[in-house]
Design a protein around this ligand. Structure first.
Ligand SMILES: *Cc1c(COP(=O)(O)O)cnc(C)c1O
Length: 376
């Protein structure tokens, strides 16, 4: 149904900034492709949303089930237990933590605290799409800085800051490129920002990094009053469907975020499961190891096919397939769901999440067929 032009419709009543928004493209659900193609759900491989192919920690599943009996009550809006678990795990004070319905929610909260008409935000070309969407939602000006080798050009980003800039977004590693900035470079950049700017360091994939690649960013918030680090339980912790993430910053910054946060933004099941997930270091280690092996498999397979890709530090890889729309259509027809990234200014790439070995192989095999190449 399209009532856009119907007389009396509300399109013309909406804010100009909102009318310009192209809605976020999510990975196609397995059930949807099954309905469209008749391929059974069991035969479909989804490598489109950077989910954990190992699922979630057994203890998190048990905790989620244990929360079912109390669902008639509102969740703890302050998230006491989860903040306590995060404080203990990361050596924080609960006043330094804001919880989100996914870290996406935290990014949105930042926009509503610091951005609006008359202000601007800086981020990189090919960066996570939500930064631009948040700006548009609140009517702030988007300053997208050309990338360097698909990654953030920090010097150019610093130079792009204007007097009206209030937020600089940094994704490390970035989605959908998988590019990584060195810890020293990130720190130097953040601490060199002018006092009228808040730095948001989005670390959704940090748990996949080798220790030497990891920034000590949660400690930086003790030294920097305008830094917010965001993390999520949706990726390596495997809680994507429950929607829980968090931001860490100075108590004043966190207090501002809590003023605009929906009072019950994280539900009871998510709160309970997140506490358990944070306690299962073994599951996280197994997930990181599986990703390392899957990434090696994917890279070796792509190398064998002679298909270029952007080296990735995360749990996905942007593969340069040429005419990505056509290749994507072919993959779907064979029951393989990946993520087109034309909306990120990358019409020649597809973003492929690292899955289980047989899922990665299925992608590689179908890709070889579509590109008409023998694997050597
Ligand atoms: C997946 C992702 C997020 C947010 O995920 P949530 O599910 O909302 O926690 C944030 N930033 C980046 C770069 C991501 O890829």
């Amino acid at each position: 149904m399209n009532d856009r032009l119907a007389p009396g419709g509300c399109d013309s009543l909406a804010l100009e900034s909102v009318r310009g928004i192209a809605a976020y493209q999510t990975g196609k659900p397995i059930a949807e492709l099954s309905r469209e193609t008749g391929i059974s759900e069991a035969d479909i491989v989804k490598l489109a949303s950077n989910e954990n192919p190992l699922g979630m920690s057994p203890s998190a599943i048990a905790a989620a089930a244990g929360a079912l009996g109390e669902l008639a009550r509102y969740p703890d809006g302050a998230g006491f237990d989860l903040k306590a678990a995060l404080s203990a795990k990361f050596t924080l004070h609960p006043s330094q933590i804001v919880l989100g319905n996914g870290s996406n929610d935290v990014l949105d909260i930042v926009g509503r605290v610091f951005l609006g008409p008359g202000s601007s935000a800086v981020y990189s070309q090919h960066a996570f799409a939500v930064y631009g969407l948040v700006c548009q939602t609140v009517g702030a000006t988007r300053i997208e800085v050309p990338a360097r080798d698909y990654g953030h050009d920090l010097d150019a980003m610093r130079a792009a800051i204007r007097p009206d800039t209030r937020v600089v977004w940094i994704a490390n590693p970035n989605n959908p490129t998988g590019t990584l900035l060195a810890p020293d470079a990130v720190r130097e950049f953040i601490f060199s920002l002018p006092e009228h700017v808040v730095a948001v360091l989005d670390e959704a994939y940090t748990e996949y990094l080798e220790p030497s690649q990891r920034s000590d960013s949660l400690a930086w918030v003790n030294e920097h009053p305008r830094l917010l680090v965001t993390r999520t339980l949706a990726k390596i912790y495997g809680l994507a469907g429950l929607r829980v993430g968090f931001g860490v910053g100075a108590p004043v910054l966190i207090d501002l975020c809590n003023r605009v946060r929906q009072p019950f933004n994280v539900n009871s099941i998510a709160l309970a499961a997140a506490v358990a997930a944070l306690g299962d270091d073994d599951f996280v280690a197994r997930s990181a190891a599986a990703n390392r092996e899957g990434m090696a498999q994917m890279r070796a397979g792509l190398d064998a096919l002679g298909v270029p890709y952007i080296p990735s530090a995360a749990n996905f890889v942007a593969v340069e397939v040429g005419d990505a729309a056509t290749v994507n259509a072919g993959l779907l027809k064979h029951g393989v769901i990946v993520r087109p990234v034309a909306g990120y200014g990358m019409p020649r790439h597809l973003r492929v999440s690292i899955g289980l070995p047989h899922e990665n192989q299925r992608f590689l095999d179908v890709l070889a067929t579509l590109l008409g190449r023998a694997q050597n």
